[in-house]
Design a binder for this molecule. Sequence first.
Ligand code: SF4
Length: 318
Amino acid sequence: MKDRNRIEEEIKRLKKQKNAVILAHNYQLPEVQDIADFTGDSLSLSQEAAKTQADMIVFCGVHFMAETASIISPDKKVLIPDEKAGCSLADTINAEQLKKWKEENPDSVVVSYVNTTAEVKALSDYCCTSANAVQIVNSVPVEKGILFLPDMFLGAYVAKVTGRKIHIWPGECHVHAGIRKQDLDEMQNSHPDAEMIIHPECGCTTNLMYQATNGSSINGNGHVKFLSTGGMIKHVKESPLREFIIATETGMLYPLRKGNPDKIFHPARENAVCKYMKMITLSKVLRSLEEDIFEVRVPIHTALKAKRSIDRMLEVTN
Ligand code: SF4
């Protein structure tokens, strides 16, 4: 504990000295979330950081998220405490593969989930999140074909809800395997009074979104909600219910338990853990600030094109 206190004090001192802001994704380790200036989902974190006067962003998340922060704040130095913190979903498609797919499907509109590299965003027409993917696809003229990537479950969900014919990239997140419908059924049977909340922030729960629209009842008691991070925290606080089953990466349980000590939260599955997210530790955050590592810089021409896909998404949703 003494060591942890010393590391935290040193992080705070260096953060002030370097005029840095620390961002932590909801799936980060609790001690990393505690030291952060902002916690949240990937896009909202980058948007919050852009509003600050900080010279430096330390992004405690995975690589594509740090790239997104660099795209939105090109004047700030962006660091990721572990450069190996990648994303198995983002890694399913690279720029070369997307170029080829576009050539095979000329005149199609490319809609990319936010879990993609900067290079892939730069080749995309629209970026989207799981919360706005349906709205983005609906905004595309009906005569246009759509290439949706990289999450096949989110793509299938969007195709089902919109009724559009969509070409879907066969990518998925390894944490998918961690949360299955049968886990939800078992949890619901063990905790019949609990409300089920599914947070489709990352690829780990998009298969459940798909199943919910595919004639597969997610649970028996009708208490099921798909909520964003902010929506989840607000809903749980205001709800008269005391017990919840949380279907997402287990890191999300930390802020929920912290903010609602009188309520009970069960993970839909204990081992729904993103190993990449857990690579960031307090010691690595400290080292990052001490040595200015590892810098994530998106080349300006790529950043400008990638930002266009994010701006187009915001034009549709705002
Ligand atoms: S949970 Fe899956 S989609 Fe999310 S960062 Fe981890 S590997 Fe990527």
